[in-house]
Design a binder for this molecule. Structure first.
Ligand code: DC
Length: 437
């Protein structure tokens, strides 16, 4: 594997450090704990009798903090004034010091270079609060690990008790809530998922489950795009050429299609041939769902299977279709979907209702959406008359508001994507069109 940077952010107690440590070991890369650096600065202030609330005093004391961080035998070695720092930074008191000093811009600037430098030489998984947003906006993988405050407090409580620290669950929970508030509401580098981060809620996962889920996301995000089958390549070249010729397809925005990773391709629906129009216009293979009856037609089955279609039973509900779509996206493929639900020949897409499945699927797979507008004269295919395929930039999970679940969030995300595709085609969608979900 070439050098990679993995950003693992999230609130305290979500299990970041233990999960990151295990994943680092599995992948043979280094684990960097940035929280420990803030804790060490906090420890220094405490040892020198400086209140973390006294911003001026903390800033003046910073030049005296001789902190060295190195990566030895896969582990992070932290030294303060030449002395190795151990468990003394893990007390609730130092947690609060760390949370306070980390809100001071000068403290963050003081640690920034050290953190970036650690990833210069080796592959790292770095945990913190702002790794995906500030330290490595270009990280190969960004994961935001979270869990309910109660689940996180319980884990921290168990950890502290195991170490022999006398605490109550209630105290740990209230300290955690206060720290969440500080970390999320501070003006600088507040705790929030990067727009392109994948959200992983570990409330109902045990340690092994969390490690497996994080490792799975990393392998999914770093795997090369699935190769086109030979049959698809030939068909893409020949039939693609024919379709582009017959409908004089002009494609714009091909460069917006990422080379790897699963994305939902969200297009307006004019006619059956749209599937071929899209397939002929995309530089990567597109997968889609097709009625299972089609797979029973012996001459058709191998063809649609080679085209990347996945069978879905009519009447078995959307559950299977959703699961299959999410699986396709998780394999790092592009999955096309028409949010209008059925074809609208001759109709301006801006005036049609849409369904919110696209938002739901993107949420479940934590995948971005590529909006695509199929535009032609009077919105009808006509031989040898210009058809435009306008491919937009991917919209990230964060921009879609899909770090949140729920039908409202899915509806909002579907609308954001559909509006974007309308905009690409110069169709203006009014609020009145947002109906019938
Ligand atoms: O992850 P942790 O609990 O060890 O972090 C201790 C504190 O440091 C936490 O309250 C917020 C702060 N922190 C930060 O602001 N930015 C980071 N990248 C890591 C930690």
């Amino acid at each position: 594997m070439s050098k990679i940077k993995i950003a693992l952010d999230g609130p305290g107690g979500a299990g970041k450090s233990s999960v990151a440590k295990a994943v680092a070991k599995q992948l043979g890369i280094f684990y960097v704990d940035t929280g420990a650096m803030y804790r060490t600065v906090g420890l220094y202030m405490k040892e020198h009798g400086i209140s973390p609330e006294d911003t001026e005093a903390v800033i003046s004391a910073l030049p005296g903090v001789t902190l060295s961080v190195s990566l030895v035998d896969g582990k992070q070695l932290l030294c303060l004034d030449g002395k190795e720092v151990g468990d003394e930074i893990r007390t609730p008191e130092i947690s609060m010091y760390a949370s306070r000093v980390s809100a001071i811009p000068e403290v963050r600037a003081f640690l920034l270079d050290t953190q970036r430098r650690l990833a210069d030489e080796q592959s790292v998984i770095m945990d913190g609060r702002d790794i995906g947003t500030v330290i490595f906006p270009d990280a190969d993988v960004k994961i935001f690990l979270t869990a309910s405050p109660e689940a996180r407090a319980k884990r921290r409580y168990d950890e502290l008790i195991a170490k022999g620290t006398a605490v109550t669950y209630e105290d740990v929970l209230s300290e955690m809530n206060e720290r969440d508030r500080n970390d999320s509401s501070r003006a600088i580098a507040p705790l929030r998922p990067a727009d392109d981060a994948i959200l992983l809620d570990t409330s109902n996962l045990d340690f092994n489950g969390s490690v497996a889920a994080v490792a799975e996301i990393i392998s999914r995000k770093t795997a090369p795009a699935p190769r086109m089958s030979r049959f698809y390549r030939v068909l893409h070249a020949l039939a693609g050429w024919l379709i582009r010729f017959l409908f004089r397809i002009r494609i714009s925005g091909k460069e917006n299609v990422p080379k790897q990773g699963g994305y939902v391709v969200c297009a307006n629906h004019v006619a059956l041939v749209d599937v071929f129009t899209l397939g002929a216009s995309f530089p990567r293979q597109l997968r889609f769902l097709a009625k299972s009856e089609l797979f029973r037609i012996s001459i058709l089955a191998p063809l649609i299977r080679s085209l990347g279609a996945v069978p879905v039973k009519r009447g078995s509900g959307d559950v299977k279709a959703i699961r299959s779509s999410v699986e396709i996206l998780n394999q790092g493929s592009l999955f096309s979907i028409f949010p209008q639900g059925h074809r609208y020949p001759g109709v301006d897409p801006a005036d049609t209702p849409i369904k919110n499945g696209v938002g739901l699927i993107a949420y479940r797979a934590q995948a971005g959406i590529i909006p695509v507008c199929i535009k032609m004269k009077k919105q009808k295919y006509c031989l040898f008359r210009r058809t435009e395929v306008l491919i937009g930039k991917p919209i990230t999970v964060g921009e879609l508001g899909l770090h949140e679940s729920g039908s409202e969030a899915y509806a909002r995300a579907s609308e954001i994507a559909f509006r974007e595709l309308c905009k690409l085609g110069g169709f203006s969608r009014s609020d009145a069109s947002e109906n019938n979900r």
